[in-house]
Design a binder for this molecule. Structure first.
Ligand code: G6P
Length: 615
């Protein structure tokens, strides 16, 4: 949700910033901009509505010199996407340029104050208020710019990661964060800053993850200094090794990141499972559970909090934990949970699930859970992100960077980790019998090969997608473990093809959505051979008898659906609790090919961002 990049060093900043913006474009792509200070001390700003490529075209006609600069790719919150609202924003004096990710909640009050002081505004953004306020404090109180930035941030309510440069000082970059991520890349005589580590890969292999409420001053040929915004006292600097490679950030021969990520799933699940099942396949070993045995033994309730696709994984997690651990489980949207005055105590475990580890609502939910004394466990993908740093313990899904905005490999990774977690807790509490654990472990270890087999449905799904490219509505139905799979399948289609799709528990359909069924409303039924298979057959009959087309996802060799459904896609048979992982593959492919057939940009669907760091 908005990406920021900055550079200070001895190379031309512009190309590094553009390259960084392209790697961050998944965070927002409404507009982009760059600010550079050249050798003559002039501050040059270039901005353009739309993608970073548009910015490159605009900037080509102007001055892009300079060894220092900041840049931004925007996901609009305050003010429509256009050139004026694009960042960087510049103070009225023309001296200070700033980029911002987050939202300033009290911007209207600050703006009013500035207007009374004679400030005028060009844009509708909260960010312009921020830069003007810094200018105002700097000009009116004779303090340094660093102090003015800090003083301003003390007045601000909301979330921010910012980078600031000053026209008169081409040797200094000021950055700060609260509730929005910011990483500093430490190179040899050069420093990079970015919303996440991806723009830094290939330039520097050491990083500092700025903590909440910290302000860093980066000066040419000097050591980085970091202070607490509240107390203005130095904080400990923790330099870490960056463990991302360039290959992980490239498309690897695929047309899109999304397709690459769908096809990567056999490998990513292998990485996700590595070292987590004993060699003899009899037990799950998760250090997060091993190190907190007492907490898991004494827990009286588990609450799963998440947003988007991660929330769908949480719904599957609920079933898994209930089945293997026999403990009450609740699932909450993080955005609702945070304002629900939840009843929590020391015997509660809250599990937050997040691919990015930066989702603002999920972060806020876990902060509340910790304040109320619950033990907070994180299931996250991005190593070192805010959520894993703010949880008591957790498990990484280790599926590598997910760049396509619509989540695919992170979802299957999350469900895999939740399966491992449920088995580990169940083993510990004695609620999962050892034969069941062994049998699920065996199938988990075979999952990479099973997914390779499943992906062979690709040509068939591609062909099928052509029939449905022009549908206006879709219904996705599933039961039990696969009701959340239906929700996720529908979400995938909505996100990238803009076709309206609804996921529904198959048996609930007769209480409403059945009214929608006609020959123009296809239904996708997730019907593997599980404990509810016979029940779902009759739900499919209800759709068919009302003229709706049916695409059924069925277990290989199960022919009963052949006579009822219009199209059947077969998936390998796996234990019931693993069917959501396998059934998701054809659903991801179906959404993908329908969207491609409609000519949509699947990696960067309109209005969406990969990482939602605002409320
Ligand atoms: C955004 C993304 C979704 C994602 C959701 C939660 O909406 O577009 O793909 O599921 O945020 O993100 P998280 O990083 O917390 O899993």
């Amino acid at each position: 949700m908005c990406g920021i990049v900055g550079y200070l060093g001895s190379q031309g900043a512009y190309s590094i910033l553009i390259q960084g913006l392209k790697r961050l474009e998944y965070r927002g792509y409404d507009s982009a901009g760059v600010a550079l200070i050249d050798g003559t001390g002039s501050l040059n700003i270039h901005k353009a509505k739309g993608k970073v490529a548009n910015l490159e075209q605009t900037a080509a006609a102007g001055n892009t010199d300079g060894l220092i600069g900041i840049a931004h790719t925007r996901w609009a919150t305050h003010g429509e996407p256009n050139d004026i609202n694009a960042h960087p924003h510049v103070s009225q004096s023309g001296n200070i340029a700033l980029v911002h990710n987050g939202t300033i909640e009290n911007y209207a009050v600050l703006k009013q104050l500035l207007c009374e002081q004679g400030y005028t505004f060009k844009s509708e953004t909260d960010t312009e208020v921020l830069v003007q306020f810094i200018d105002y404090i700097h000009a009116s109180s004779d303090c340094t710019l660093v102090d003015a930035v800090r003083e301003t941030l003390l007045q601000v309510e909301g979330a921010y990661a910012i980078a600031v440069i000053e026209k008169n000082n081409p040797d200094r970059l000021i950055v700060a964060r609260k509730s929005s991520p910011l990483v500093i890349g430490v190179g040899d005589g050069e420093t990079f800053i970015a919303s996440d580590a991806t723009p830094i890969v290939g330039y520097a292999d050491k990083v500092i993850y700025l903590k909440d409420n910290e302000l860093a001053v980066i000066e040419r040929d000097k050591a980085i200094s970091i202070v607490s915004i509240d107390s203005n006292t130095p904080t400990k600097i923790d330099v870490q090794k960056l463990k991302l490679s360039l290959a992980q950030l490239e498309k690897g021969g695929y047309d899109t990141f999304m397709l690459k990520e769908i096809f990567e799933q056999p490998k990513t699940l292998r990485d996700c499972l590595r070292g987590r099942i004993t060699d003899n396949g009899s037990r799950v070993v998760l250090s997060g559970v091993e190190l907190n045995k007492e907490t898991f033994l004494n827990a009286e309730r588990i609450t799963l909090v998440a947003c988007g696709t991660s929330w769908h994984a949480a719904l599957i997690g609920k079933r898994l934990i209930q089945d293997f651990c026999r403990i009450p489980v609740e699932v909450e949207y993080a955005s609702e949970f945070r304002y629900s005055n939840p009843v929590l105590g020391p015997k509660d475990i809250v599990i937050s699930i997040s691919q990015s580890g930066e989702t603002a609502d999920t972060l806020a939910a876990i902060q509340i859970a910790r304040e109320k004394g619950a033990f907070v466990y994180g299931v996250c993908n991005v190593v070192g992100a805010s959520i894993p740093r703010n949880t008591d313990s957790g498990t990484y899904i280790h599926v590598g960077p997910e760049i396509g905005v619509a989540s695919t490999k992170a979802f299957t990774g999350q469900v895999t980790v939740l399966t491992l977690l449920a088995l580990a807790i169940g083993q510990l509490r004695g609620t999962a019998d050892s034969d069941t654990v062994k049998s699920v472990c065996k199938s988990l270890m075979q999952l990479p090969e099973i997914l390779e087999e499943t992906l062979k449905c690709d040509p068939e799904v591609q062909k099928l997608s052509r029939i449905f490219t022009y549908a206006h509505n879709f219904l996705y139905l599933g039961r039990g473990y696969n009701y959340p799979t239906a929700l996720e399948g529908a979400l995938k289609l909505k996100e990238i093809s803009y076709i309206h799709a609804e996921g529904y528990p198959a048996a609930e359909m007769k209480h409403g959505p059945i009214a929608l069924i006609d020959h123009e409303m296809p239904s996708v039924i997730i019907a593997p051979s599980d404990s509810l298979y016979d029940k779902i057959i009759s739900n499919v009959q209800q759709v068919k008898s009302r003229g709706g087309a049916v695409v059924a996802i069925v277990s290989r060799g199960n022919t009963a659906m052949n006579d009822i459904a219009d199209f059947c896609i077969e998936i390998p048979e796996v234990p019931e609790c693993l069917t959501p992982i396998v059934a998701s593959i054809p659903l991801q492919l179906l959404a993908y090919y329908i969207a491609v057939g409609k000519g949509k940009n699947v990696d960067q669907p309109r209005n969406l961002a990969k990482s939602v760091t605002v409320e």
